[in-house]
Design a protein around this ligand. Structure first.
Ligand code: NAD
Length: 253
């Protein structure tokens, strides 16, 4: 018994990148997985990949900013698998705009805060009552390197990702005595479709990103997935409210 067999994991942003890799990692360890995303065909593909591994998965169309969507996705989780043990609140978007605060578009601010911060709150709000029924469980939220250092020209994303760490710490304290551990991961530059949009998909763009990495490469989604599973495992039973940076040293400099 590895702590995952027969358990149920809920993963948001599971249609792509870090979310998909983590959904697959949960399934490989024997958990049933609910994959939630707004990108429906790709999300169904994640569920199909899990089934191909011999795992169990359902795909749910869920916008993490919509209370009704989040509640319906969690209702489907209970309908399909009868319980909830782990949640990875990972859905997120990158900024469309780089601008200093005085020139930052208010709509863009609202969009980033809504998905990257309020979405994490909304998911936790509805996941926690279900996890409490099991008497124990773990939640991991996706922050970023931008959750620990400031990013010039990116006030909304920096604020949202710092906010995810604050929210993680508050929730960790709220539920510490009830055996729900809440932690965060802070990925550095990870090679995902989001990163492809960030670099413009060009060799030049990639080279610039890689030049900022002390280890001389980007991280892989699987390297984040491994950290998420570790934070959900009994190996970290004494770890709460932690923000684990996985970034090849980018924020160490
Ligand atoms: P990605 O774009 O490849 O995947 C993100 C997924 O989230 C997509 O499938 C998208 O459809 C989904 N999503 C977006 N808005 C949603 C919403 N409202 N409701 C439900 N799903 C929604 O990105 P990724 O690189 O895998 O990023 C995953 C998380 O990691 C994000 O929170 C991102 O901010 C964070 N992150 C990524 C990096 C990186 O370098 N890739 C670095 C630091 C943090």
């Amino acid at each position: 018994e590895n702590g995952f067999t027969g358990k149920v994991a809920f993963v948001t942003g599971a249609a792509s990148g870090i979310g998909r890799a983590t959904a697959l990692a949960f399934a490989r360890e024997g958990a049933s997985v609910v994959v939630a995303d707004v990108s429906e065909p790709s999300n169904q593909e994640t569920a199909r990949l899990i089934e191909e591994l011999g795992g169990q998965a359902i795909a749910v169309n869920c916008d993490v900013t919509q209370t009704e969507d989040v509640k319906a996705a969690l209702d489907k989780t209970i309908e399909a698998f009868g319980r909830l043990d782990f949640a990875f609140n990972n859905a997120g978007i990158e900024p469309k705009q780089a601008a200093p605060v005085a020139e930052y578009d208010e709509e863009e601010w609202n969009r980033i805060i809504d998905i990257d911060l309020r979405g994490v709150f909304l998911c936790m709000k509805h996941e926690i009552p279900l996890i409490l029924k099991q008497g124990r469980g773990a939640i991991v939220n996706t922050s970023s390197g931008a959750g620990v250092i400031g990013i010039k020209g990116s006030p909304a994303y920096t604020a949202a990702k710092h906010g995810v760490i604050g929210l993680t710490k508050a929730a960790a304290l709220d539920y510490a005595s009830q055996n729900i551990r809440v932690n965060a991961v802070c990925p550095g530059y990870i090679d995902t479709p989001m990163m492809g949009r960030f670099t413009g998909g060009t060799d030049k763009g990639r080279a610039k990103v890689i030049s900022e990495e002390p280890v001389g490469r980007m991280g892989t989604p699987e390297e984040i997935a491994a950290a998420v599973l570790w934070l959900c495992s009994d190996a970290t039973a004494f770890v709460i409210g932690h923000a684990l940076v996985i970034d090849g040293g980018q924020t160490v400099q």
